[in-house]
Ligand binder design. Structure first.
Ligand code: SF4
Length: 450
């Protein structure tokens, strides 16, 4: 069959749709892109904000219009919470979040999968790689779902409602997937979950994530391991010992949500200004060059001008490398939706603009710190640039880097020592340093453009 898969939302949604893509291609189906006719469409929805829900409906309608004959299957948090909305926009089948990992099997059981062109097992690996890369437009990083669901009850969060209680894959299962992806040529894997820090808590292991990272670094050859979002209260001081291994990338995404203690209490967040600041101090002492990014909500119910000022001042003090800023989005089914003091839209907009200005300054300051340094960059993709190509990639601490080469040079999925020459718009300019036979960077440069 010709199958179109797509997703919006969090890294977990991306890792789930990537896994489905690998499963469909391994069983002999062909993945097709937006411009091609599909026999089956699978879309992973998101409902974390009103905007995400609107975008989900829009993409489903587009898929239906482009593929009037296709079977359209939807899953994900929006589909799980509002199946009736899915019918209204033309979906044929809704698969709950609880069953999502078995989606290809469920479709086979319902005879919705046919005309497969089985590929001998030992060819599957070689067949998968180009398809995935070609269809997903340059993923050199694999997102690996290790955990789903969450047992916390942050008052603004609909995800914990849509995805249910925390549950983890087995350690052996995850390590096997890391080895498989390393064999496929991936340079980097990102461990993801709804509440990653609670990995194996459902199996009584409070140090589950620590054990998982330790085992992946010991039992696999994966060159670069990255952790996705971690709740600050999950990290014990010795967790940072793991970064003695350079393959664990120096990047932490620690959602703060608000920099004001009063707001944090109404959000039911299990952290405070003092605890968060002390955690960052410990992390920065343990991990050289660490990039610490965060999520911040502005306009949470009851957020007074004084609370917002407290929040933005604290965010500035913490010196994050990147801010993801969200305007509070009222979600039916959450405790916050019933709270008094819903903030006026205009006020939320103004606060969001102020936080974005701060965010841009903090990102710029973080970039400036690395001008003149040489860091390893994983090159992801390119675009035409003059008579050559402009490549884009990421350092371990999540700095975006660009470099220009002639049009014959292929940097894709390569990790190179790169001198960070100066600041470019929303990135750093990099100069790739050739390495000599012992892997040491040699001041000679790779043939650049011009
Ligand atoms: S930790 Fe809080 S914000 Fe994160 S998924 Fe759980 S309930 Fe939602």
């Amino acid at each position: 069959m010709r199958i179109r898969v797509d997703s919006i939302g969090c890294r977990l949604n991306i890792s789930e749709i990537e896994e489905m893509a690998r499963s469909f291609t391994a069983s002999g189906h062909r993945l097709v892109g937006p411009g091609e006719v599909a026999d089956l469409c699978v879309f992973n929805t998101c409902v974390v904000t009103n905007m995400a829900a609107r975008k989900s409906r829009k993409i489903i309608r587009q898929m239906r219009r482009a593929n009037p004959q296709a079977t359209l299957v939807v899953t994900g948090c929006y589909a799980d919470l509002s199946p009736q909305d899915m019918d209204a926009v033309g979906a044929d089948l809704v698969v709950d979040n609880q069953d999502k990992d078995r989606l290809p099997e469920i479709l086979a059981e319902q005879n919705l999968l046919h005309d497969a062109d089985p590929i001998p097992a030992d060819d599957a690996a070689s067949f998968i790689n180009p398809i995935i890369n070609s269809v997903e437009g340059g993923h050199t990083r694999a997102f690996i779902k290790v955990q789903d669901g969450c047992d916390n009850r942050c008052t603004f969060c609909i995800v914990t409602v849509a995805r249910g209680a925390g549950r983890s894959r087995t350690l052996a299962d995850v390590v096997a997937e890391v080895n498989r992806l390393t064999m496929l040529g991936y340079q980097e894997a990102v461990l993801s979950g709804v509440h990653l820090g609670s990995y194996l808590h459902d199996q009584g292991q409070v140090e589950g994530l620590y054990q998982l990272v330790k085992t992946i670094l010991a039992d696999t050859d994966l060159p670069r391991l990255r952790l996705s979002s971690l709740e600050p209260w999950d990290l014990s001081p010795h967790f940072f010992d793991l970064w003695q291994n350079e393959r664990l990338l120096p990047h932490l995404h620690l959602p703060l949500q608000s920099g004001c203690d009063a707001t944090l209490r109404r959000m039911a967040r299990r952290t405070s200004q003092a605890e968060f600041a002390s955690l960052l101090e410990t992390a920065r002492a343990a991990i050289p060059d660490v990039g610490i990014s965060t999520d911040v909500i502005v306009g949470f119910p009851g957020e007074t001008e004084a609370e917002f000022t407290d929040s933005i001042n604290f965010v500035e003090q913490m010196g994050f490398s990147k801010l993801h800023i969200f305007r509070y989005s009222r979600r039916e089914g959450t405790a916050a939706a019933k709270m008094r003091g819903q903030v006026h839209g205009k006020t939320v907009q103004t606060r969001s603009q102020q936080m974005h200005v701060l965010g841009a300054n903090l990102e710029e300051q973080f970039r400036q710190k690395f001008v003149g340094r040489t860091l390893p960059v994983l090159w992801e993709g390119n675009e035409p640039f003059g008579f050559g190509l402009q490549w884009s990639g990421l350092t371990g601490n999540y700095l975006r880097v660009v470099t220009q080469t002639d049009d014959q040079t292929n940097l894709r999925n390569q990790v190179t020592p790169t001198q960070l020459v100066d600041v470019a718009p929303a990135a750093l300019h990099g100069q790739i340093e050739a390495t000599d036979s012992t892997g040491q960077s040699d001041p000679m440069v790779i043939p650049l453009l011009g």
